[in-house]
Design a binder for this molecule. Structure first.
Ligand SMILES: Nc1ncnc2c1ncn2[C@@H]1O[C@H](COP(=O)(O)OP(=O)(O)OP(=O)(O)O)[C@@H](O)[C@H]1O
Length: 455
């Protein structure tokens, strides 16, 4: 990078860049060594759902629904979650590529929420986006040099020879050659194109890079090259990175801290090893279990009760993860075993979400017997609690006769849970924030140890 473009070195938050739960004040992830570069508070982005000629609003997709996090200077924060959890919307809202509906984003001490004109352009110079698919990032008619120089022109650098010098420098920094400036994007491989995207993000000497699944479209070998490049850039230039990914292995390698997002909310966040070595939130555990374990006998934790993520325009009540949570809290007077409760809960929410196995799906037109329903959901022939057994039998009979609504009602009455009734407070577990009723102060159920670990 040319001297003219260089900023003074910034203070790193700690000597080695490793952060532990001790860096955060209790209950909220407050960066204590210095002011964070980015502070996100109560950020909300809802998309209106409109109908009819007059585009009347009939609902809202709550893509991002009140998230809080911070990124320190030179720090990499991973944002993880399934497809549809709101990661990209969060990233675009922070960069003001999407207008948030509420909340605040503070960048280097200044609120970006109301920035306009030159101030907004300056923020956009300092906070750059790298997208997943580098093929979408380039105009095929521009040379690599023109594409990489574009942000410089946009931000008012009119001197062409200076632009060329900066582009040559930045291309070399990402492992390409200055001569590549005269070639076209289609002449490069996927990994090289992602390097060019990173060069374009770097050319304005940013303080923050938001990298949205930057390696997911690349094959494994190229992925590690691109990650190594990002790591070098972060170390050499003290750039902060918001790293969006659904790959926990990559996140563990690359990030200092991680925030776990589900259906528009952050359910848990903390230092990377703290969260991934002893995940507290049941959703984080489900994500961890979806990473193939090297030990095939290591099946301590169960898969989610139901498969697909609910619709963010109609999120579940209480804890949004309750319809899928393998650690759902049973009613206090329930007498059946934990395993039976889990099967009953899976039965309840599978019926409620309508994701019925085809053998018992009334819409397929086949006759369904009560025994087929019990077999499909692995329900015991009889429960010890006669009252509960009556309700479950009634739900089984309703489903067998095709009355899904009646089965849903019956199961909701028989199998209530605090998790659907109340929104969990943000509690503190080992110094990091977790939103789950198992960590409430006046808890209805104890947390479950992770893979045999004490809590
Ligand atoms: N412009 C839009 N209008 C309406 N709904 C939207 C819009 N953009 C995103 N959504 C919805 O918002 C929710 C969150 O989407 P988002 O792309 O942010 O999630 P994500 O976690 O980044 O998923 P992915 O990894 O698949 O990109 C999804 O249900 C999506 O369908």
């Amino acid at each position: 990078m040319s001297d003219a473009n260089a900023d003074p070195p910034r203070e790193r938050p700690s000597e080695d860049g490793d952060h532990t739960s001790a860096d955060y004040a209790e209950g909220s992830p407050v960066w204590t060594d210095s002011e964070p570069l980015l502070r996100v508070r109560g950020l909300e982005t809802h998309y209106p759902i409109t109908r009819g000629f007059l585009r009347r609003e009939v609902g809202r997709v709550r893509a991002v629904d009140g998230i809080d996090f911070e990124i320190g200077r030179g720090e990499v924060l991973g944002l993880v979650g399934e497809s549809g959890s709101g990661k990209t919307t969060a990233a675009h809202s922070i960069l003001r590529l999407e207008e948030p509906t509420a909340g605040e984003v503070v960048f280097d001490g200044e609120s970006v929420t109301d920035l306009t004109g030159a101030d907004l352009r300056s923020f956009r110079r300092r906070a750059q986006l790298v997208v997943q698919d580098p093929n979408e990032a380039f105009n095929p008619r521009l040379t690599v040099g023109e594409a990489v120089a574009e942000p410089l022109s946009l931000h008012g650098m009119s001197d062409e020879s200076r632009r060329r010098a900066i582009v040559a420098d930045v291309l070399e920094r990402v492992g390409l050659s200055a001569d590549d400036a005269d070639r076209y994007p289609h002449e490069f491989s996927g990994g090289e194109k992602q390097r060019i995207s990173i060069a374009r993000a770097l050319v304005c000497n940013p303080d923050l890079i938001v990298a949205d699944e930057p390696t997911s479209a690349l094959d494994a070998r190229v992925q590690s090259d691109v990650l190594a490049l990002l790591e070098d850039i972060r170390r050499e230039h003290d750039i902060s990175i918001l790293f969006i990914s659904h790959d926990l292995d990559v996140v563990r390698l690359f990030c200092d801290r991680v925030a776990v997002m589900y259906l528009g909310e952050i359910v848990e966040q903390g230092a990377i090893d703290d969260v991934l070595d002893s995940p507290a939130h049941p959703y984080t555990r489900v994500l961890m279990n979806s990473v193939p374990s090297l030990d095939p006998t290591d099946r301590t934790f169960e898969s989610p009760l139901t498969d697909s993520i609910p619709d963010p325009s109609d999120p579940p009540s209480g804890c949004r993860f309750h319809t899928r949570c393998p650690e759902l809290i049973p009613p206090p007077d329930l007498t059946v075993s934990g395993e039976t409760w889990r099967r009953l809960a899976a039965f309840r929410f599978t019926v409620e979400t309508g994701e019925l196995p085809s053998a018992v799906d009334p819409t397929t037109g086949t006759d369904v017997g009560a025994s087929a329903v019990r077999a499909a959901f692995d329900l015991p022939a009889e429960l010890d609690d006669p009252d509960l057994d009556r309700h479950v039998q009634s739900a089984v009979d309703s489903l067998a006769s095709g009355d899904v609504d009646a089965a849903t009602q019956e199961l909701a009455t028989a199998l209530p849970t605090i998790c659907e009734r109340a929104v969990p407070e943000r509690s503190t577990h080992r110094g990091r924030p977790v939103s789950c009723h198992r960590y409430d102060d006046d808890r209805d159920a104890e947390p479950i140890p992770w893979r045999g670990e004490g809590l």
